[in-house]
Design a protein around this ligand. Sequence first.
Ligand SMILES: NC(=O)c1ccc[n+]([C@@H]2O[C@H](COP(=O)([O-])OP(=O)(O)OC[C@H]3O[C@@H](n4cnc5c(N)ncnc54)[C@H](O)[C@@H]3O)[C@@H](O)[C@H]2O)c1
Length: 319
Amino acid sequence: MNKFKKILVTGGLGQIGTELSLELINIYGSENVVITDIRDSLPEKLQDKALYTKLNVLNYEELNNLIKYHNIDAIYHLAAILSGKGEENPFACWDINMNGSMNVFKTSIENNVKRIFIPSSMAAWGLGIPKQDVPQDSITRPTSIYGVTKVAGERLCEYMFHKYNLDCRGIRYPGIISSETLPGGGTTDYAVEIFYEAIKNNHYTSFIDKGTVLPMMYMPDCIKATINLMDADVNKLTHHGDYNVAAFSFAPEDLAREIANVLPAFTIDYKPDFRQAIADSWPQTIDDSCAREDWNWTPEYDITSMTKDMIAKLSERFK
Ligand SMILES: NC(=O)c1ccc[n+]([C@@H]2O[C@H](COP(=O)([O-])OP(=O)(O)OC[C@H]3O[C@@H](n4cnc5c(N)ncnc54)[C@H](O)[C@@H]3O)[C@@H](O)[C@H]2O)c1
C-alpha cells in the first residue's frame, strides 16, 4: 500500500528531481505528485504528466499555501545549490540551502506533513576523515560552503525529529551519474559530462585529476535508495538525515577505461580546476552498513553495468 496521499517535490526539475518525480508519478499517479522548481518549463518527459507549479523555496507564503491547497503529507526537498556553484556564490548557497530548508521544516510542522526527505552529501565530510570506508558516525569538517549547509541540514533533521516529532530523513548521496538530466553544478559532474563528450567527440578533458577516487552511484540506485528510506519503518531507523550509502568508487582514468571498453577510440586528458580541492577533501569509499541494516539498502549497478547502460541510452538519444 502507498505510504502517502499527496507528495510535494521541490527542486523537482533538477538532475535527481526529474527522475525521482517520474518514479513517484509511476507509483502514486500524476495527480498525486506536485512538482515545483524555479525553472519556467518542464522537460519533455514530464510534460502532460505532471502537476507543476513554479515555486521559489525562499517564498514561505507560496510554499505554505501550496502545501495547504494540496493537503501535502510528504515532501522530497531537493531544491539546493550544489558544491561547484556554491563556491562561486557562498552567500546564495547558504541562503537557498538553509533558509529554503527552514521554510520546509516550518510549513511541515504547521501543516502536519507526515514525512520529509532532505538529501545530504559526501560533501558533509572533509578534514580529518579516513579516506577509506568512512564510517556512519564520523567527524564532519567540510571545506566547502555547500558541505557546511549539508552538515547543518543533517543536524536540523535530527533536531526537528526530537523537538517537533517531524520525521525528517536524508541520505549522504555520493556523486550521482544519470543519463536523463544534466547535473546542476557539482564536483562529480565530470562523471556525467564524460559520457556526452565520449559519444559526441570521442574525447574528454576532465576537471578532476587522474588518481582522484570518489564514491559514485547510478541514478536508478539513487532513486531506489531515496524511496526505500522514505518508506522505511521509523522504528527501525537509528539515524535521521545522514545515512551513508555507497555503490562503487572510481578515479577518472578507471571510468575512461570502462568507456574505452565500449567505445575503443575514446581518450581522456586532465585539466583540474577549483573543484579539485573540493574533491580532495572527500573520501574514496564509504561504509554504508548502517543503511544496509536499518532499511535493507543494496545497490544494483557497478561501474561496468552503469557504463554500458549510460552509453546505450545516450547513443540512442544522439544517433
Ligand atoms: N547530484 C548529485 O551528485 C548530488 C550528490 C549529493 C547530494 N545531492 C543533493 O541532492 C539534491 C538534488 O540535487 P540535484 O543534483 O538534483 O541538483 P540540481 O542542481 O540538478 O537540481 C536542483 C534544483 O533546484 C532548483 N532550485 C535552485 N534554487 C531554487 C529555489 N530557490 N527554489 C526552488 N528551486 C530551486 C534548481 O532549478 C534545480 O532544478 C540537492 O540537495 C543536492 O545537494 C546531489
